[in-house]
Structure formats: C-alpha cells, structure tokens
Design a protein around this ligand. Structure first.
Ligand SMILES: Cc1ncc(COP(=O)(O)O)c(C=O)c1O
Length: 360
C-alpha cells in the first residue's frame, strides 16, 4: 500500500555532495569555507546557557534581524531568518507557486543549469517548472523575463553569482529582469560574500523594487554550513507574507545567537573571504597553466574543464577521489565535461595542484 502523493513517489531527491568522515580528505566538493567561523560565534553559543535552552527562542529571530538590518542598512521588517538558505527557497515555493502539477501556469522559472535543489523543491510542491538554458557564457538569456511572463510563472529564481559557473550577473541586468517580470524574482546570493558587488540596490533606497527577494546564507562567507542559518531580504510586504508560512520556531536559540555574532564579526569574516578570493586567482592561474579551461568566478569555487589530452572530467574526479581529494562532478548536460572545485586552504589547494601537475 502506498500512502504518499504521486509526485513524491516519482521524486528523485536532492543529492548532496559527499561528506566523507575521514578528516584527512582534501574536501573541495561542497563549497565550504576553509577558515573557522569568527571566535565570537563560539562565545555566543556558550553564552546561551540553560535558560536559553529551556525557553522557546524568539519566533522571528528578532535579535538577529536587528543586526542583519543594521548590517545592510535596512529595517528589521525587511529581513526573515531561515533554517539555512534552503528553507527560504522552500518557503518561496509555498508562498508564491500554485501546486497544480506539471502543467499550466503559476509555477517557477529558472535558468539551466542551476542549483539542483530548486527542481526538487518545485517537484515536492508539485508546481510547474519552466527551464531556460543559459547562454554559452552562462549569461541569463535576454528573453528570460518575457518567457517567464508568457508561461505565467509566479516565481523566478536566479543565482548570482551563479552556481555552478561562478558568473557574476550585474545588478542592472537583474533589475531589468525584475522590472519586466510579473512575479517575484528570487536572487540567490549564497556566494555573494566572494563577489565584487551585490544586488542590494534592487531592494534598498530610491528605486527599490517590491518583487525582489535576496537569499543570503551564513554557510559560505561566514564558515557556518553546520549551523543551518540563512535569511531573506526584501520589501516589507514580501517578508510579511513569507513570515506567515514559516514554521513557528524555524530557527533555534543557539543558531540565532551564533548567527547574530557572526554578522557582528563580519569584518573578520570578510578578511577570510578575501583570502579565499586570492587563492581562487592563484588556483585558477595554475590550472590554466596546466592547460585547464577556467571560467571567471565570483564565488568560492571554480568551474573548470580538464585539457583534452589527459583524463576526462569524470575520470579525473574518480582518480582524485582515490587520492583523497574530493571535487564535484555533475553528470548532466553542459557539465559532464567539467569539474567544480571549491577553493580550500592554501595547503589543500597546493595538494590538489601538486597532484595535477604530476600528471602533466
Ligand atoms: C546556490 C545555492 N543556494 C543556496 C544554498 C543553500 O545554502 P544553505 O542552505 O546552506 O544556507 C546553496 C548551498 O550550497 C547553494 O549552492
């Protein structure tokens, strides 16, 4: 006897990057930050104390929202705290998309390839998905917004900087899309802490748009993937609506305290991001010297293609794994000849480069 809905029965669940238990593995496969979180984070967790655990936390993570608002020069009512950026995505589907199966209007529009969780969440919600292939240089197609409107999409999700290519999309281009689109544009800025600029100007000050939602996470730039804390930024009305559909206590006392401390220590975290950016340049240059094709990146990873003369991407992924170096391989169109490599610590990057140099 099957009890589940049809769409759940046929669902292919999200496949996360491998999480090896062996601490010796050079782990360059899930875009974690190689540096530890700022010391204030651990102090804040220790300071929560028995009462902080005995009681329910602030349902709306008020302490965190105040600091996030201050950080971005916005109002607390323009911030929603979530259990990782992933929860914000799930909330956006719940709030904006119609669950009318894989046909018709009311669904989500996305560019392709993209973060594969979007599709999984759309299928769980049972909402139509409209996919538009990115241009050869990973740019969003000019017709994106008009195609979204034609298909009657309620929500569109773009990643900027883009995963898995690393491409940075300008705020002007994103504004053009949001202005033309008749639904909500969610800009997934999971990797923005490693980018030259962000899209905050779309939701702040004169010219702020009421249909743009920014996704932020503490997993990457703040070295807190294990904490599960993210947040959304946008127009007060959008945030209010999302807040209605949130779990009653979606973020816990420990993570609220830690996340607030992380934002307070943002200058220190930024220095770590800067080190990652410097290493990104070095690793990219070295790979190019070894004959690899390297796409420009504004993230903490690079998308790269091994030279024709040697092992292909899949073989390289497998052989690196045998040597204890994990990178990411995606067996899908446009990506199966490439690898996505997270920028690690200088020592981890040296290990990778040493192994690849020895093969030339
Ligand atoms: C593009 C993108 N968006 C969002 C997320 C969600 O991050 P988290 O749920 O860890 O905050 C990730 C995580 O890898 C990501 O790659």
């Amino acid at each position: 006897m099957a009890y589940e809905r049809d769409n759940i029965r046929s669902l292919s669940p999200y496949v996360p990057g491998e999480q090896p238990v062996d601490a010796k593995v050079v782990k360059l496969n899930t875009n974690e930050n190689p540096y530890p979180p700022v010391p204030g984070v651990l102090e804040a967790i220790a300071a929560v104390g028995p009462d902080g655990l005995r009681r329910y936390p602030s349902p709306t993570a008020d302490g965190f929202r105040r600091i996030a608002a201050e950080t971005h020069d916005m109002e607390p009512g323009q911030v929603i705290a979530t259990n990782g950026g992933d929860e914000l995505l799930r909330l956006a589907f719940t709030v904006f998309c119609d669950p009318n199966g894989d046909q018709g209007a009311g669904g989500v529009g996305e560019t392709w390839p993209t973060y594969s969780l979007y599709d999984v969440l759309a299928r769980i919600h049972d909402t139509p998905i409209v996919r538009m292939p990115l241009e050869d240089d990973w740019a969003i197609p000019q017709s994106f917004a008009s195609q979204l409107n034609e298909a009657g999409c309620r929500l569109a999700i773009v990643v900027s900087p883009h995963a898995p290519s690393g491409r940075y999309e300008s705020a002007d281009r994103l504004r053009q899309i949001a202005t033309e689109f008749n639904g909500v544009l969610l800009i997934d800025e999971a990797y923005v802490d490693f980018a030259r600029l962000d899209a905050l100007e779309l939701i702040r000050g004169n010219g702020a748009l009421d249909n743009v939602l920014l996704l932020r996470t503490l997993s990457k730039g703040y070295s807190l993937a294990g904490l599960r804390f993210g947040y959304g930024l946008g127009h007060r009305n959008l945030i209010e609506i999302l807040d209605k559909a949130r779990d009653s206590y979606n973020t816990d006392a420990l993570s609220q305290a830690a996340a607030a401390a992380a934002l307070k220590g943002r200058e220190q975290a930024r220095m770590n991001c800067e080190k990652v950016v410097q290493e990104r340049r070095r690793v990219g240059d070295e790979l190019a010297r070894l004959g690899w094709w390297v796409w420009p990146s504004d993230t903490n990873f690079i998308l790269t293609k091994p030279p024709e003369s040697g092992q292909n991407a899949k073989e390289t992924y497998e052989s690196l794994k045998r040597e204890g170096i994990f990178v990411r391989y995606f067996d899908q169109d446009r990506l199966r000849d490439k690898l996505r490599i997270t920028i690690g610590s200088p020592e981890q990057n040296d290990t990778l480069l040493r192994v690849l140099t020895a093969r030339v």
